[in-house]
Design a protein around this ligand. Sequence first.
Ligand code: G1P
Ligand code: ZN
Length: 543
Amino acid sequence: MKRLAIPTDPIAGQKPGTSGLRKQTKVFMGPHYLENFVQSIWNGIGGAGGKTFVLGGDGRYFNDRAAQVILRMAAASGATRVIVGQNALLSTPAASNLIRQRGTDGGIILSASHNPGGPDEDFGVKFNMPNGGPAPKDVTNRIYAATQSLRGYDLLEAQDVDLSVVGETVLDQMAVEVVDPVSDYADLMETLFDFDAIRAYLASGATIAFDAMHAVTGPYATEILGRRLGAPVSSILNAVPLPDFGGGHPDPNPIWAKPLVDLVMGPDAPDFAAASDGDGDRNMILGKGLYVTPSDSLAVLAANAHLAPGYAGGLAGVARSMPTSRALDRVAEARGLDVYETPTGWKFFGNLLDAGRITLCGEESAGTGSDHVREKDGLWAVLLWLNILAVKKQSVAEILQEHWREFGRNYYSRHDYEAVDAARASKMMDGLAARLPTLAGQGFAGLTVARADEFAYDDPVDGSHAAHQGLRVDFEGGARIVFRLSGTGTVGATLRVYLEAYEDDPSRLNADADTALAAMIDAAEAIAGIRDHTGRDAPDVRT
Ligand code: G1P
Ligand code: ZN
């Protein structure tokens, strides 16, 4: 074994409280960088000695080599066993499942999610807890503190482990168990969904398209949708994971998955289409000629989950992140379910799921999931949709229409202003936060403010408090604007403006979202002065 001293303090860039480290790949590949962070994880969790971990990633550039380094470091620090996906692949939800199912001490996931991959793109390392979920703030703060006091790391001098063959080998004293990355996850899906019904639905002529975006869900979709459910191979697009994701952003939204959106808007549209992101935790849902917003998808899934065997007993409760549209709340109200509003980020759902308070949860940023794992889960959402389609024997469009007629429609859009000057963005947010108490009763673009506040969250399970989680402006009639600075942007600041308008007039359920939200866009500008503060005339991205 080798103990190496660290020449500098190369991981000072980690933000305390962030649930992992995401950086340019080159930074991770720099001398000692990955090693220092991994040693800080071991130190932050009280050492790796005697522990069992899960290890895998989304297949992006450097995934394979990073996995070998982590294996050598786990062995040097006395870990008992590492369960690693074949070829170091594991989707984030599959890793979460393995961590839970095998009763491990946690796991390391190698991914920068939907960020592009490659030598000049991004890489990431994240530690998940024994419950399968991202490390909470106290743990990530300990990891961060460990980065600040690190004096060296332990690394076994050894050759690479062959990760291409399923089976068990030994690295020094540590067992390395290479597992099929897909099979346990696929088995879990079979316990939740009616595979017979979905198989019959597909056999009856229903057509689907799933875009794996050259990322980790390719092998999962091939096994589950193709082999187990009988979808034709041609319905799984970009199924081979590539280190650079084929040069694209593996981000399942109408911008980065445009070819799929074009397909459903064109003459050869399948009945159902979906995509997932780099590490397989996000999803995009499409029907013939239409895009289902993630907020609507969450509400539809909540209203219909009981049609799948895994949820036939009903839902304990539901949760959404604060900026996610309140379409979910309408379902919860009608069905007598508790609904929780949490800060942005999946980790806040974990406590509610662990405590059995909720069964289903989601975010406007295309993450949906349930208590089956402790991460959002892209293919899970796809399979729940397919199960619902198979049982209801309706089109995606019919399901949405029926949903809106029953619960009303929350028109929704998110506007992102990227790489804004950080100081100016903070100034805008601080100024607006200070003015919030004066807004009630005021009119903007024909809308009257009902109340305005800064969102803070008291965790009902562990009592922790999260302050400054975004600015909310509620209007009479159910419309809302939320202003928030991104916690994941890497350049300057990213301002997110979330617009929502409620409509329950049956004759107005099918407007174009931009038209339905036009007044909201004007109101957001009038309230916050986005143009003056950011120097931008329009958002960079609208989703
Ligand atoms: C974004 C999304 C958020 C998601 C997070 C991690 O965070 O908005 O819903 O949980 O990525 O995938 P943000 O950049 O808004 O802080
Ligand atoms: Zn992801």
